[in-house]
Design a protein around this ligand. Structure first.
Ligand code: ZN
Length: 73
């Protein structure tokens, strides 16, 4: 597996595993059970997981920035 997986965007756990359903693969978190999108290829499942994880991290960062700005007034 060439693609490094981003930590879980929900609980920040690095403990992830691949789940296989018939012909699809998904990355799932062992800590909270969150799963990324199912894909035909495991590499694509890893890429989709990272895309979701990074997107949610950016949303969190923006939310925190909004809180900081609101606190400043
Ligand atoms: Zn998790």
């Amino acid at each position: 597996m060439a693609t490094a997986l981003a930590p879980c965007p929900y609980c920040h756990s690095p403990q992830l595993h691949f789940v296989h359903h018939l012909i699809t693969h998904a990355v799932c978190c062992q800590q909270c059970g969150a799963c990324g999108p199912s894909q035909r290829e495991a590499d694509d499942a890893a890429a989709q997981w990272n895309l979701v994880a990074r997107s949610l991290q950016q949303v969190d960062a923006l939310r925190n920035r909004g809180r900081q700005l609101a606190a400043i007034g």
